[in-house]
Design a binder for this molecule. Structure first.
Ligand code: SAM
Length: 283
């Protein structure tokens, strides 16, 4: 492995990590999976040469994709995770007293590589009896699932390239809405308003064409070259901006980034992002 792992965003931004050792390199039918040890972030996962997550900073992303949604409604029982093959999102969801977590990950190789080489990210989730892992296409799964099946759906896909690309379209969001229960919420990583401005704006627009309530929230993900990242919580009637009582519960005490105060602050939309939403709405 060369001394540096370099992520290249559209030939406009490059982000490089000094790489100490290649741990795994697998070409699956869907993507190129790499795991390497870096000097700054510990062990790192990259898919198709895009940095996904690292041992050192993974908690920012996985806590923020899970807890603002799971604390937005009372007593969520059934949770669907589409993607999330590294196990981090499942680990955070299972902190809550949910009854069933269904993971639908298209690439078995991601699960195998992460279980073998990034075990701390999935942690005990993989052995949790509430977790059911399906290796399948999340789009087909959502299309086939029965209405009103889930209280929370989490879309933990990668960036809209390769297998993740179709996860950003309106028809798919419509299937998510159909399989959510009336009080349910949809949480997704919704890219960066700074690095992928047009994609961020169009995602906000597409979500608003399907769901009545769409609230973006923001946090840093140190590994992501732009610094500011977003997730969005969509529903037909839930306001996720205030955590419900159990959001402050002891289950979330071990979190390293998420707190009820972080939750409230994360949903404060800065003017530049609000203007992107308003121009998207006007489109
Ligand atoms: N959780 C990571 C992070 O911290 O950014 C990145 C997300 S996770 C690794 C992205 C996953 O989505 C990948 O494992 C990929 O295989 C999966 N994926 C992409 N398209 C999918 C689809 N249509 N159905 C199910 N899983 C999909």
């Amino acid at each position: 492995m060369s001394l540096w792992f370099e992520e290249n965003w559209n030939n406009t931004v490059r982000f490089a990590l000094r790489a100490e050792r290649t741990v795994a390199r697998v070409q699956s039918p869907f993507q190129r999976i790499e795991v390497f040890d870096s000097a700054a972030f510990g062990r790192v996962l990259a898919l198709d040469s895009i940095l996904m997550t690292s041992e050192r900073d993974e908690f920012f992303y996985h806590e923020m994709i899970a807890h603002p949604a799971l604390t937005a409604i009372d007593a969520p029982r059934d949770v669907l995770i589409i993607g999330g093959g590294d196990g981090g999102t499942a680990r955070e969801v299972l902190r809550h007293p949910v009854e069933r977590v269904t993971m639908v990950e298209i690439d078995a190789a991601v699960i195998e590589v992460c279980k073998a080489h990034l075990p701390a990210i999935g942690g005990a989730a993989w052995q949790d009896p509430r977790l059911e892992v399906n290796v399948a296409d999340g789009i087909a799964f959502a299309k086939a699932a029965a209405p009103d099946s889930f209280d929370v759906v989490i879309l933990d896909g990668a960036d809209p390239v390769g297998p993740s690309a179709p996860l950003f379209n309106e028809a798919f969001y419509g299937d998510i809405r159909r399989i959510l229960r009336p009080h349910g919420v949809f949480s997704l990583q919704s890219e960066s308003p700074m690095l992928t401005t047009e994609l961020w704006r169009s995602t906000q627009l597409r979500l608003r064409r399907v769901f009545r309530n769409v609230y973006p929230c923001f946090a840093p993900v140190p590994l992501y070259s732009t610094g500011v990242w977003s997730w969005s919580v969509a529903s037909d009637g839930v306001d996720p901006r205030r955590p419900r009582a159990h959001g402050a519960g002891t289950a979330l005490a071990p979190c390293k980034y998420y707190t009820p105060d972080i939750h409230r602050a994360a949903f404060l939309v800065p003017p530049y992002a609000q203007r992107l939403i308003e121009t998207a709405d006007a489109a």
